[in-house]
Design a binder for this molecule. Structure first.
Ligand SMILES: *Cc1c(COP(=O)(O)O)cnc(C)c1O
Length: 349
């Protein structure tokens, strides 16, 4: 068996996504930066619970949960976790109980961070919330809570950080196929894919999916939660595990398939940076497109800087995966509403 005989139909999956998500050209941002040709894959529009990349992973994860007869989903994340929001929303939609374990990771949270944005939405979806201090071993906490629920006669299904195990990662193996088909339909050569890289399932799934289709497109991850070599290991390990899981062999993934840059991480996970605020503002004003402060804002800061410093060819086609997260904007109101210098757009100049 090898990756090129990939058949995802054999895995349990439920429909949660509005797919295919749109693939849109960004003419004003492209012009402003003077190239490359920039496209956005609108995975912020996957539908369930305001959308985002986790819905693709949850199609496979919750497919497996239902097949196992689970009646209670348990997952974890930071207080403003998009993954937790989408899991809580999907669980509500399927009539499953949901417990979420929330880690206080932000060093200096304000009232919005604690109550608005995703935090507000967990409440609306009726999730049970359990809190843990920053630095807790969250995977251990997940298993503890799971064991408690089992002892109470529940049938829990545990979802790790970001839904990033080989089952969840299948969502982005499938997304890679979808994206390649769209580029073909729109008649362009897909040179690079840029994506925020956190728990790594999105990047790893794309890497495996492209390898399975023998695509030459490059996936560039911008790390948003940890330093470069650790993030590189995380992506590579998950890509290898996913390749094995679907019956391929990790040797089918060339070592250079995993590319990670952490220059735009700033001071750490979810801590705002100036470059992030600039990127969120620029893309909002030029394309009417909302990014998020924790993931896509930092990845876009990387893309913009690389375009400005000539690290892409001007004529290449670069697809930015919009992984969602806009609910988080409302958890960072103060940071994002600070006055910023006006942007000189080409039209205004
Ligand atoms: C979770 C998340 C990511 C990161 O995806 P991973 O698969 O965890 O690497 C990127 N963007 C947004 C908005 C997210 O919520």
């Amino acid at each position: 068996m090898s990756l090129d005989r990939l058949n995802l139909e054999r895995f349990a999956r439920i429909d949660l996504c509005h797919a295919p998500t749109p693939l849109e050209f960004m003419p004003r941002l492209t012009e402003h930066l003077g190239g490359p040709r920039l496209w956005v894959k609108r995975d912020d529009c996957t539908g369930t619970a305001l959308g985002g990349n986790k819905a693709r992973k949850l199609e496979f994860l919750l497919g497996e949960a239902l097949r196992q007869g689970a009646n209670h989903v348990v997952t974890l994340g930071a207080l403003q976790s998009n993954h937790v929001r989408q899991t809580a929303g999907a669980a509500a939609r399927l009539g499953l109980a949901c417990t979420v374990i929330l880690e206080h990771r932000h060093p200096d949270p304000d009232a919005d961070y604690l109550r608005n944005g995703n935090m507000l939405l967990y409440l609306l979806f009726g999730a049970n919330m359990v809190f843990r201090p920053g630095g807790t071993n969250m995977l251990a906490a997940l298993h503890e809570v799971g064991a408690e629920l089992s002892a109470q006669g529940q049938r829990p299904y545990l979802i790790p950080t970001g839904g990033s195990n080989p089952v969840g990662t299948l969502g982005y193996v499938k997304a890679a196929q979808e994206l390649l088909q769209q580029a073909k339909d729109k008649n362009f050569v897909l040179d690079q894919i840029v994506v925020a890289s956190g728990s790594a399932g999105t990047q790893a799934g794309l890497v495996v999916g492209l390898a399975a289709e023998a695509s030459t497109a490059v996936v560039q991850g911008f790390a948003v939660s940890q330093v470069e070599h650790l993030q590189h290991q995380r992506v590579a390990a998950l890509a290898a595990a996913t390749a094995s899981f679907i019956g391929g062999h990790p040797s089918e993934l060339p070592p250079q398939a995993v590319r990670v840059n952490a220059d735009y991480l700033g001071k750490g996970y979810s801590i705002p940076s100036e470059a992030m605020v600039d990127a969120v503002q620029l893309v909002a004003r030029l394309e009417g497109l909302l990014l998020d402060p924790v993931y896509t804002g930092k990845a876009m800061a990387g893309l913009i800087d690389w375009a400005r410093t000539g690290r892409f060819r001007r004529d290449e086609n670069v697809v930015f995966i919009h992984t969602g997260g806009q609910a988080g904007l409302f958890g960072f109101c103060d940071t994002l509403s600070q006055p910023r210098p006006a942007i000189t757009t080409n039209k205004a100049a």
